[in-house]
Ligand binder design. Sequence first.
Ligand code: HPA
Length: 253
Amino acid sequence: MTPSIAIIGGTGLTALDTLKITYRETLSTPYGEPSSPVIRGELGGRAVAFLARHGPRHTLPPHKINYRANLWALHRIGVKQVIAVAAVGGIRGDMAPGVLAFPDQLVDYTWGRHCTFFEDNLSHVTHVDFTEPYCGELRERLIQAARALNLDARESCTYAAAQGPRLETAAEIRRMERDGCDIVGMTGMPEAALARELDLCYAACAVVANRAAGKVPGAITMAEIERNLIEGMGKVKTLLARAVPLLGEVASR
Ligand code: HPA
């Protein structure tokens, strides 16, 4: 079966043990190697592809990820819908560690990443519409599943895509807050824009791993992030098992 659904796993989700694996595929693309082999399998009765964004052993930092190769590979095997799982810091007061969030907007603070498929050998310059950066229909299904499971989830929020790999300063977080951002992560862009360029339906499921810099006294530790992600990713797996069967053959976005 050709999977029309893909899950991109982020920090804390380098493997999806709920997926009944059929095979692993190492793909090459005109943009280079994807972060990891594409794992094909079955989840909730549907064919699903899984890709580990930071590599199978979590060795690729956010600015080194080959986002173009990842999205291209998924598109090439016939994927139409992409659920992007990502760890984030919570900026808004109700974005406590462990909460799931389904952003409906984003602000891009990243730089120096390959951010488009439309740059070489063009017959004309292309600007895709990005007014609504996430696929409304796919977001709605994720939200429905979260409601049905009674998960502590935020249904509307703005994602700040930070450059990383360092965490932000307190002043950077204040600036993001003034810009209207509610959560901050490092991998949401250019991933979302590249998905749009390929006409893929793309939605994010963010897991709050920590309060963003300056929101609570003291430093943010990796131990804290990892601890919160263990619990958070457990919720994500439950959510995915519920959401995937709800996904129809949605329109391209
Ligand atoms: N900032 C950026 N990315 C993150 C954070 C954060 O605080 N936590 C997890 N990913």
